[in-house]
Design a protein around this ligand. Structure first.
Ligand code: TXA
Ligand code: MG
Length: 356
């Protein structure tokens, strides 16, 4: 087992300013806080991020404290436009430029050779920096107004599910960030796809809304050299992952999670009469993002398809924790498109526990 660097103790004593993203002055205020070294929680199209000025080593260090994040887990640098890539990277290889052209702004993160003068903590000492150009209008406006690249991990305390709504962002970061910019609910609900471009292949280090199929199709249309790249998913092995973040326990609510091909609430409620149960059921209608009552006082979230499932997964964890659910039976998704990202997060949330 690999030795873990010490996890910094979380700082919890700040007064957190709440900024309403519909107000024009909110973005300027948030940008001012970023420029002066503060931490701002802001919405993106994937999940809420905890932002800091990527060029300010003190500000970057304070992200690790606020999240209780291990120091060896690097951060994603966010820009408002690709033209600014040289603020964080020393090169933009052709394949990266092509893929950003196709999928950015949007939920795609690509590893690039880092600029040597970027603060060490951003990349946790690694030679490459992760870059993403988010599409959420508030995220782009904030980064543009700040005038600096913004590092932003998901705005959860380390190990917990990423916040995908304003309420969840507050539950995670009130008292830890200097400000929270309210931008409502996130569109995708799962973190961005992280890829690395190597000599003969494109490796997916973390699956997300930009799926392997979408990357394959894009490369096939990009000329013979790009079409020759193999698209591979990195093994999500716990001890030697390609992406440091993948070795830590992640995305876990307080409740225990079990995955089932098709959970049967009546039968499971009869089998576990003494436990407060939750169910996430896909493909039999939608409960509109709300929990409804199920058999034996259980709570049920119905999602119409894999897209809605992905968008609501972390919110379901949050709502079920709040209503005291102890054991969640979650339906497995088909492993294609966004379903791969969904199953990646579900397996991590359920890891080491029996299925049903
Ligand atoms: O959608 C997202 O990507 C969100 C929003 C806020 O943009 N951000 C996010 O950041 O999910 P975070 O820090 O929670 O996850 C970043 C992942 C981690 O698994 C980290 O290990 C990996 O990206 N990563 C970052 N820089 C890396 C690098 N230089 N080499 C390998 N993996 C890296
Ligand atoms: Mg995260």
């Amino acid at each position: 087992m690999e030795e873990r660097p010490e996890t910094p103790k979380a700082a919890t004593s700040k007064t957190t300013l709440i900024l309403d993203g519909t107000q024009p002055e909110a973005v300027d205020e948030a940008a001012r806080i970023l420029r002066s070294g503060g931490l701002v929680v802001f919405p993106t199209e994937t999940v809420y991020g905890l932002g800091a000025n990527a060029l300010d080593p003190e500000a970057v260090a304070s992200i690790f404290r606020a999240k209780g994040r291990p120091a060896d887990n690097p951060l994603i640098a966010h820009l408002s436009r690709l033209e600014d890539w040289s603020l964080v990277a020393s090169q933009l290889p052709e394949a990266a430029s092509f893929l950003f052209g196709r999928f950015s702004p949007g939920p795609l993160t690509i590893l690039l050779p880092r600029r040597p003068d970027l603060p060490e903590a951003v990349t946790a000492g690694l030679p490459r920096v992760a870059l993403r150009i988010p599409s959420h209008p508030l995220a782009r406006a904030l980064i543009a107004a700040a005038g600096v690249p913004v590092v932003a991990p998901s705005a959860n305390r380390s190990g917990r599910p990423s916040p995908t709504s304003y309420a969840m962002a507050c539950a995670e970061m009130d008292g830890r960030a200097d400000a929270i910019l309210d931008g409502g609910d996130c569109e995708h609900g799962l973190e961005s796809t992280v890829v690395s471009v190597e000599a003969s292949r494109l490796r997916i280090l973390r699956p997300g809304a930009i799926s392997a199929e979408m990357l394959r199709d894009a490369l096939d249309s990009g000329g013979p050299e790009l079409a020759a790249l193999a698209v591979e998913e990195a093994a999500q092995h716990a001890e030697r992952p390609a992406s440091p973040g993948m070795k830590y326990a992640h995305y876990r609510p307080k409740a225990e999670i079990r995955l089932c091909a098709s959970p049967e609430p009546e039968a499971l409620a009869a089998r576990y009469p003494d436990r407060r149960l939750g169910f996430i059921i896909s493909g039999s209608g939608s409960s509109g993002g709300r929990l409804v009552m199920g058999p034996g006082g259980s709570r049920v979230l119905l999602v119409a398809d894999a897209g809605e499932y992905a968008r609501l997964l972390y919110r379901a964890f949050h709502l079920m924790d709040e209503s005291g659910v102890e054991l969640i039976f979650a339906q497995e998704a088909e492993e294609r498109g966004i379903g791969r990202a969904l199953m990646n997060r579900l397996r991590r949330a359920a890891s080491g526990r029996e299925s049903c």
